[in-house]
Design a protein around this ligand. Structure first.
Ligand code: NAD
Ligand code: MG
Length: 291
């Protein structure tokens, strides 16, 4: 626990006001979120697994990549080109844990890029048995009359269309005993007034996860989702929250604070692991008790 305390795990006192340009850089946040590099303890639960992780440079996706490396998996990591500095940090951490990792920068709003990501992943990993979709776009807009059509298109394309494009691209390579994991949100059930577009995409992700689970079960492919609550990540300080909400971000949960990305990773480890062989069509809440 000493390691965890260093990262403000039990900080109930809120965060300094701050804001960045989208998509936000983790190394520029204060405090820097805990990615689990020194706090997550692995137990070989993903030995020999080969995982593709989107949104893996920062926040929840980064913590998932690092937890997977602690658990013995090799990784292909996707992120946006402007996030290269965060992605290089993840590469260094994963390699220091003795695992293989390939960085593939690119924009998931392009259907062709989703295909390219899978092609590069298969070349590097040989095959894929875990597909983890964490990338997401969230921009707070208080008044629906100010919600621009381009934001609407980009949020739905990033969060919903790319999920289906990536599954279509990966399916020919997924053998029986593979796991697909999506990322929804507390927002799927409890939409905030200022997230009219984003919250709807998270409900769509949750619903699509259940549909794919039914369709792919007979191929031995499990499809599940994780629903985080408020987690301290770049997405929140780069427009995901209204800036005035940053200082008290997460304090509305029963636990009384925001989660750290490293606290979300365990659910993704479970869903990828062989221990979850009878779990499909499920969404795991990791919300600090928010319902
Ligand atoms: P984050 O900013 O660290 O991660 C989001 C990532 O999405 C970025 O790093 C970026 O690489 C990727 N991304 C965005 N647009 C992309 C595009 N067009 N192409 C490729 N990659 C793109 O923030 P995070 O909070 O860790 O977000 C990860 C996921 O968790 C998102 O799906 C988000 O909706 C979800 N989530 C977050 C919270 C929270 O409180 N932080 C709560 C519920 C759900
Ligand atoms: Mg990022």
């Amino acid at each position: 626990m000493a390691e965890k305390e260093k990262h403000n795990f039990y900080n109930q006192h809120g965060f300094p006001t701050q804001s960045q340009k989208e998509p936000g850089i983790q190394s520029q946040m204060s405090p820097i979120p805990d990615d689990g590099a020194t706090t997550y303890v692995g137990h070989n639960r993903l030995k020999h697994k080969k995982a593709v992780i989107t949104g893996g440079d920062s926040g929840i996706g980064r913590a998932v990549a690092i937890a997977y490396a602690h658990e013995g998996a090799d990784i292909v990591l996707n992120y946006l080109p402007e996030e290269e500095s965060d992605a290089l940090e993840v590469k260094g951490i994963v390699e220091s844990l003795g695992r293989r990792i390939k960085l593939v920068a690119g924009d998931l709003k392009s259907e062709a890029f989703n295909q390219q990501l899978v092609t590069e992943a298969v070349t590097f990993l040989g095959d894929i048995n875990v597909l983890v979709m964490v990338a997401g776009k969230q921009q707070a807009v208080q008044d629906v009359l100010q919600l621009k059509t381009q934001q609407l298109i980009d949020t739905y394309t990033t969060n919903v269309f790319s999920m289906i494009w990536l599954v279509k691209a990966a399916l020919p390579h997924l053998q029986p005993n593979s796991s697909i994991i999506t990322t929804n949100s507390i927002q799927a059930e409890q939409p905030a007034a200022f997230l009219v577009d984003y919250a709807g995409t998270k409900a769509a992700i949750k619903n699509t996860t259940m549909s794919l689970a039914k369709q792919l079960a007979n191929r031995g492919i499990r499809v599940n989702s994780v629903a985080p609550g408020p987690v301290w990540t770049p997405l929140q300080v780069s427009g995901g929250q209204l800036p005035e909400n940053i200082p008290e971000f997460g304090q509305n949960t029963p636990i009384g604070r925001a989660g750290q990305p490293s606290e979300i990773a365990g659910a993704y480890v479970f869903l990828a692991s062989d221990e979850a062989s009878y779990v499909t069509g499920e969404s795991i809440n990791v919300t600090g008790g928010l319902k």
